[in-house]
Design a protein around this ligand. Structure first.
Ligand code: SAM
Length: 238
């Protein structure tokens, strides 16, 4: 079966690696046994062709709020959030299979119970999240797609900002971190042009200092090793 069958909309191309290594037997086992139980139901197009919205109450039970992280990579930030906030429900989306496999093993090892996953294209997940259902969304070190002809692949774009604006309730935050100055410029421009968010920065320290409770991600560690300076942007849904 083609890898995308039942998942992404036919007209949506998904760029970037889906896998690079063969999974170890233990990882394959967890992907078959645990991942289905952790996965947000009703995201796949073949199980929900009408695209009805996910019931977040049923997904998590009684939680104070639900936050989302897109492209969680190795999942270190998401895992730390979940452990620090047992009162929240956390949803993570990542289409890189190697990262998901390691993360599922970490969830089991740590006994964390408040994370649900979509191990494919986050855009399909956002389609079925309810209006104003989320209190926060993170997009950390998104793929920068530096070539001009690839800029349309950037996750921060008008279509995805429409979805963030729909699923985040007024007062909720969209948080974006990047070490690529052109991606920061791009994000500020796109978000300001969109109009549904205000940038929560008053002085330069606000975008040079990580947020309270920040956990360094693998890509941030790489950026720092290579001498690039991280930038942290907070936007509030108006
Ligand atoms: C540069 S990596 C950053 C990973 C992680 N956030 C970190 O800071 O270490 C970007 C990640 O976004 C994921 N990604 C890109 N587009 C995505 C999409 N449409 N849905 C889900 N994940 C996506 C990629 O697979 C990749 O793991």
């Amino acid at each position: 079966m083609p890898e995308n069958e039942g998942h992404a909309k036919a007209w949506r191309n998904l760029y970037g690696r889906r896998r690079s290594h063969k999974l170890r037997a233990g990882q394959e086992g967890l992907m078959t046994s645990l991942l289905p139980a952790l996965s947000v139901p009703g995201v796949r197009h073949d199980e929900n062709p009408g695209r009805s919205k996910v019931d977040l109450g049923a997904l998590f039970g009684p939680v104070e709020d639900v936050w989302l992280e897109i492209g969680f990579g190795g999942g270190e930030h998401l895992l730390a959030l979940a452990k620090a906030h047992p009162e929240l429900g956390l949803i993570g989306s990542e289409h890189y299979v190697d990262g998901v496999a390691k993360f599922v093993a970490a969830i089991e090892r740590e006994g964390v119970e408040n994370i649900r996953l979509h191990a494919h294209d986050a855009r399909d997940l956002m389609d079925v999240l309810p209006d104003a259902g989320l209190g926060r969304a993170y997009l950390l070190y998104p793929d920068p797609w530096p070539k001009l002809r690839h800029h349309k692949r950037r996750f921060i774009n008008p279509e995805n900002l429409d979805q963030f604006a729909r699923i985040l309730r007024p007062g909720a935050e969209l948080r974006v971190a990047s070490d690529i100055p052109d991606y920061i410029r791009h994000t500020l421009q796109q978000v300001m042009d969109h109009g549904a968010f205000e940038w929560l920065a008053e002085r330069s320290a606000d975008w040079h200092q990580p947020w309270d409770g920040w956990t360094r991600t693998r890509y941030e560690a790489k950026a720092l090793r290579e001498g690039r300076r991280p930038c942290y942007l907070r936007f509030r849904r108006i």
